[in-house]
Design a protein around this ligand. Structure first.
Ligand SMILES: C[S@@+](CC[C@H](N)C(=O)[O-])C[C@H]1O[C@@H](n2cnc3c(N)ncnc32)[C@H](O)[C@@H]1O
Length: 271
């Protein structure tokens, strides 16, 4: 089975699926029109454009990422957008942001604070807070759950019970590093009024090619390495339902319905 996921393409396709949920999360922050923000770990730059739209007219979003490949895709996408002049991208490390204190009105950070290798995300939250002006928002968005196999709740539960599906978490990972503890991360970074809210990306047939690509990539990302942790029968069921070549590919269901949730955590830099 093909187990490699092209994360650049998958990001674009999954953004297509999750756009209403992420845009609702951006809206919930009520970012002021004309404000200037940071998208730290901007990936392919899709969120930066949605953020720039949210602060129009007149606002600006700076995206930074450690990957030059992702930045090149961000710039290419922006060049085709009416919002091109409201976004800019630069290379940088979230752990040591190349900006002065209080440089931005707010900061956004999506799906980048996963504690890979047990790395503590809390210093990164403090670094985000450092570059935001007093009173400004630091927002963290994280993919927090999904139900993607309608009709197969036990199979989905068993696949989800694997280490592969819960990467980078394992038994023994410090509980305070779990994403659903992010209110604590905000509080420990000294942010005021920590808040949390979950947004749902509803997914239903008919699915266009981008949605099919994004979901097929998600099946692989979540469960594509789970084979050693499940029974041969479950692995065969996973392949039957989640491979596009299979006659029983679940995305071919005429009434396919699924969802992904994104949880938003935000707080204000103390005045
Ligand atoms: C899962 S992607 C999320 C991208 C984007 N925020 C989104 O939600 O689509 C994680 C991104 O974080 C970037 N990244 C990882 N570590 C980083 C670091 N130390 N500094 C800056 N970017 C980093 C990766 O290159 C990648 O683009």
């Amino acid at each position: 089975m093909k187990s490699q996921v092209n994360y650049l393409d998958m990001s674009a396709q999954i953004h297509h699926v999750t756009e209403p949920a992420v845009r609702s999360a951006i809206q919930a922050l009520q970012l002021p029109a004309g404000s200037c923000g940071l998208d730290a770990g901007c990936g392919i730059g899709t969120h930066a454009l949605w953020l720039a739209e949210a602060v129009s007219p007149g606002g600006h979003v700076t995206g930074i990422d450690i990957s030059r490949e992702y930045l090149a895709r961000s710039e290419e996408t922006a060049s085709k957008s009416a919002l091109e002049s409201q976004v800019s991208y630069q290379h940088g490390d979230m752990g040591d942001l190349p900006f002065d204190d209080d440089a931005f009105d707010w900061a956004w950070n999506a799906d980048t604070l996963w504690p890979v290798g047990g790395k503590d995300p809390r210093p990164l939250v403090r670094e985000l807070a450092r570059v935001v002006k007093p009173g400004g928002i630091v927002a963290i968005l994280l993919w927090s759950s999904q139900k993607l196999l309608p009709g197969y709740p036990l199979l989905e539960a068993r696949l989800n019970a694997t280490c592969a599906a819960n990467f980078p978490y394992a038994d023994g990972t410090r509980p305070e590093l779990h994403i659903l503890r992010a209110l604590g991360w905000l509080q420990q970074a000294g942010l005021d009024e920590p808040q949390a809210r979950t947004f749902v990306a509803d997914i239903r047939a008919p699915l266009d090619d981008a949605a099919r690509g994004g979901l097929t990539g998600s099946f692989q990302m979540l469960w594509g390495k789970a084979e050693p942790e499940v029974t041969p029968q479950d692995w065969a069921r996973f392949q039957r339902l989640c491979q596009p070549e299979s006659p029983d590919f679940i995305l071919n269901l005429p009434n396919y319905y699924a969802f992904i949730t994104y949880s938003l955590f935000w707080g204000r830099v103390a005045s």
